[in-house]
Design a binder for this molecule. Structure first.
Ligand code: MN
Length: 299
């Protein structure tokens, strides 16, 4: 993905299941709409669906990012070394799959379980997660793959809820291919100041998710996206931006329960995907123009 701010979409907007048909359909649809890349699930490296994903991506020229959330029995912050080892093995495989399909990023809730915790993360749990992420990043480096740490709200992890926490975590891994993954949906809940958080994370931002407050159509919730895009531009962010949205039309348990999708925010994924592309493309252009004109005034 060499283009400035390549635009992507999460596969669950375009396919209900990531099998041979689902993968082919979602990749071709994303390409047809104009997207530069698609977020794919962490399929096993030696599976048939990984092969089909690789072939369809190659055929369309679409880029890919592997997105995931660790399960409770893969939690890198667990006190149980067997659980941590399962999480590490899973992440190593996700890197292998990403390399196979020609992707450049493995991101999501890669550092803890994707769940509501009832207690804060312990210092030992945090240290264990940092050490594991550093090893995974080491494995990813020869493939030029970045490991993203998605900052999510308090109901989905107890470790990284703000950009500031992610920046400290990133630095402590000592690996420059570990980057911060921010998401407007989560930032809207947790951050004190949007622009400040983005500027603070600065050149450690490696991925950006766009979602509205209710995770439905962009602009049909309560988020004003201009401050996000202007700050990204000001921070000099040229990396990928991707649209993520969930509806019970497409997802089943356990994801449905973890995300708390009790109402449908959309029914037609194709219409949603077309709308989000137009919306994001316009936001990037608006931010670029605002920046150019602000610079003109300063000169
Ligand atoms: Mn997200």
């Amino acid at each position: 993905m060499t283009k400035i701010n390549p635009l992507g979409i999460h596969w669950l907007v375009l396919a209900k299941t990531w099998d041979a048909d689902g993968a082919r359909h979602a990749i071709r649809e994303a390409k047809r709409i104009g997207y530069d890349f698609i977020e794919t699930p962490p399929t096993p490296p030696d599976s048939e669906v990984t092969r089909i994903t690789r072939e369809t991506l190659a055929e369309t020229g679409l880029g890919a990012a592997v997105c995931l959330g660790l399960a409770a029995d893969q939690d890198l912050t667990s006190a149980d070394p067997a659980i941590r080892a399962r999480g590490e093995a899973f992440l190593m495989e996700a890197v292998d799959t990403c390399a196979l399909i020609g992707g450049s990023l493995v991101s999501g809730i890669t550092y803890s379980a994707f769940q509501k915790y009832m207690l804060p993360c312990t210092p030992e749990g945090r240290a264990a997660a940092i050490a594991t992420i550093a090893r995974v990043a080491e494995h990813a480096r020869p493939h030029r793959i970045t490991i993203g740490l998605e900052v999510v709200n308090r109901y989905e992890t107890n470790l990284l809820n703000t950009a500031e926490q992610a920046l400290a975590f990133c630095r402590e891994t000592g690996m420059d291919n570990v980057k911060i993954h921010l998401d407007s949906y989560h930032m809207n809940i947790e951050e004190t100041d949007i622009a400040q958080a983005i500027l603070h994370a600065g050149d450690r931002i490696g991925f950006f998710h766009i979602g509205d407050s209710n995770r439905g159509y962009l602009g049909a919730g309560n988020i004003d996206f201009n401050p996000y895009f202007r700050a990204l531009f000001q921070a000099g962010y040229t990396g990928p931006i991707s649209f993520e949205s969930f509806s019970s039309t497409m997802i089943d348990q356990p994801l449905l329960g973890i995300l708390g999708i009790w109402r449908d925010t959309w029914e037609d994924g194709r219409d949603l995907a077309e709308h989000s592309f137009t919306f994001m493309d316009a936001l990037v252009k608006s931010a670029r123009e605002a920046h150019r004109r602000a610079l003109g005034r300063a000169a």
